[in-house]
Design a protein around this ligand. Structure first.
Ligand SMILES: *Cc1c(COP(=O)(O)O)cnc(C)c1O
Length: 544
């Protein structure tokens, strides 16, 4: 046997066998188990795997490919080491950001396609996973109120990807044939000041330029100011600019602000008629966070069968009231890896009318997506060529596992925890909630120095230019509290919170910062929420 044949024989052990071999399958599972076992050894009371450590990019940057192979054991060790120092997002003491903790079903949903590599490019590669994509899109269409017979959906590389699709299709409608001819005319994106920077990413990558993103004012409740939006539409029209898309943010990243989508839609209809536009400016709902609240469409808030507390019920009803209009959007972005309890990446781009995909088909002569005729070739219009089914199966897994009631329970619990926290913040004269008009799983709040009138201070910080220096001092106080609380949490005491250095902009131009509690973990409980207050107040005493 030649040297290479010997090596090959060994290396074959490193792959799952293509033909049935239960013993070797056992080895595959055992390897996974071994990895999980080592990760488990990194766990402690703290909401982090292992311990925080300084970065070692200098060493990392000297890495070279070794000449010989290494045992799987050693490789597993190396991989597990990559998780050392990482926050455990499902931990009840971890309330840092909008990151879901994946369910077991959704993890299995990721593992299976990872082992068999189905490509969603076309159904010739894998019929079942292509059907799964159509199933998930149909379920979500039904959930948000789209006509499932007309709607269509496609998984892509993140919420940013969904926005890119939405704006791209809108651009084709506003400036015909950019796909073929290139962009020869300016076009703009309209969104609120509280929208996600993914709008700028899309504008940059589509060749519109980041400067073509027109951010209009947001109201105190972080929703778009419709008067300002109308003004911006009229100004653009008067200047001969086409509108590639109006982006309605349905759940902003920091504050969970929700735009008035029905208002945006009515405005668009009115302007199309009045200005006799020869196109209909595309409305994209960036609902990557807020979509999950659609599970409360049809919930009997009066009977409240799940038994949420009064405050929670009011919060859920308020959000559902806004989210029920999602069907008015031309396209919607949905992240299962944010509020859908799926692993990264699981993002669905939905179109109210799947015919709109024809805007971005590479060869216009083909009609590739009419799956009711038994053909499904999303590869003819998807940005990706190799497109993984992991996100699709993770999403399907959770939709099947949880059903409407399971989602209502998990989302309702997150909001219930946030409401408990707000109740306690409200009882403390030295603390104040910054997003009290937003009713999601996230609470932005600030601590203030002794003697501050927390009823009046927020208004002064926002509007009083003579308060600028005090505002900066208060920002600094909250940053130091955050750092202290974070260090405590990493040492296994208290709760890891998030921090935003810019939740709003004061009229004087100064940013206003805030501590952030983002609860999504099914394991969060009342005790943990109280300890947020205890630790923030202790940190405030320490740093003052
Ligand atoms: C996170 C987020 C995005 C970007 O989504 P990714 O999945 O992180 O690419 C876009 N819009 C909003 C409102 C977000 O919160």
């Amino acid at each position: 046997m030649s040297r290479y044949q010997e090596l090959l024989e060994q290396l074959r052990q490193a792959f799952p066998t293509p033909v049935s071999n239960p013993v070797h399958d056992g080895y595959v599972v055992f390897s996974l188990l071994k990895a999980l076992d080592r990760v488990d050894a990194l766990k402690s009371q703290a909401p982090i795997l292992g311990t925080p450590r300084p970065a070692a990019y200098d060493v990392a940057a000297t890495e070279k490919l070794a000449s010989g192979a290494r045992p799987l054991e050693e490789v597993i060790s190396e991989l597990v080491h990559c998780l050392d120092g990482q926050l455990i997002f499902g931990h009840p003491r971890s309330q840092v950001n909008v990151v879901a903790t994946p369910s077991i079903a959704s993890i299995v949903g990721v593992v299976l396609p990872s082992m068999y590599n189905p490509n969603l490019c076309s159904d010739e590669a894998n019929l079942g996973c292509s059907e799964a994509e159509v199933r998930v899109a149909a379920m979500i269409a039904d959930l948000v109120g789209f006509d499932p017979q007309r709607a269509g959906g496609l998984f892509t590389f993140g919420g940013t990807g969904t926005l890119l699709y939405g704006v791209k299709i809108g651009l084709e409608k506003a400036v015909p044939d950019v796909f073929e001819q290139g962009l020869k005319q300016p076009a703009i994106i309209l969104c609120s000041r509280q929208s996600h920077y993914a709008c700028a990413t899309a504008a940059g990558w589509l060749g519109l330029g980041q400067q073509s993103v027109r951010k209009v004012a947001a109201r105190d409740d972080n929703g778009i100011d419709l008067v300002a939006l109308e003004q911006a539409c009229r100004t653009a029209h008067a200047a001969g600019e086409r509108i590639a898309a109006i982006v309605a943010t349905m759940g902003t990243t920091d504050a969970f602000g929700v735009d008035d989508l029905a208002g945006v839609h009515a405005l668009r209809e009115r302007l199309v008629a009045e200005l006799k536009l020869d196109y209909r400016p595309h409305i994209h709902a960036d609902a990557v966070i807020g979509w999950a609240w659609s599970v409360f469409n049809g919930y009997d808030f009066a009977a409240n069968p799940l038994g949420f507390r009064g405050r929670t019920l009011r919060a859920l009803a308020g959000t559902q009231n806004a989210m029920q209009h999602l069907h008015l959007a031309d396209s919607i972005g949905i992240d299962f890896h944010k509020t859908g309890f799926a692993p990264y990446i699981s993002s669905l781009f939905m179109l109210r009318d799947r015919e709109d995909f024809s805007q971005i088909v590479r060869q216009r002569s083909t009609t590739p997506y009419l799956f009711h005729t038994g053909e499904y070739h999303p590869g003819l219009f998807s940005l990706e060529t190799s497109r993984s089914a992991t996100g699709v199966l993770a999403a399907l897994a959770n939709l099947l596992l949880l059903g409407r009631e399971g989602f209502q329970t998990l989302i309702g619990h997150a909001v219930e925890m946030a409401e408990l926290l707000r109740e306690q913040i409200g009882a403390r004269p030295e603390l104040s909630v910054m997003n009290d008009q937003n009713h999601g799983p996230v609470t932005l709040f600030r601590a203030y120095p002794q003697g501050t009138d927390t009823f009046a201070v927020k208004h002064r910080e926002q509007h009083d230019p003579s308060f600028r220096e005090q505002l900066k001092k208060n920002n600094d106080l909250n940053r130091r509290i955050f750092e202290r609380v974070h260090a405590e949490a990493m040492a296994g005491r208290g709760v890891a919170l998030g921090y935003t250095d810019h939740c709003r902009t004061a009229d004087c131009g100064e940013p206003i910062s805030a501590l952030k509690s983002y609860v999504l973990s099914p394991f969060a409980d009342e005790g943990r929420m109280s300890s947020v207050i205890t630790h923030v107040l202790a940190a405030r005493r320490e740093v003052m």
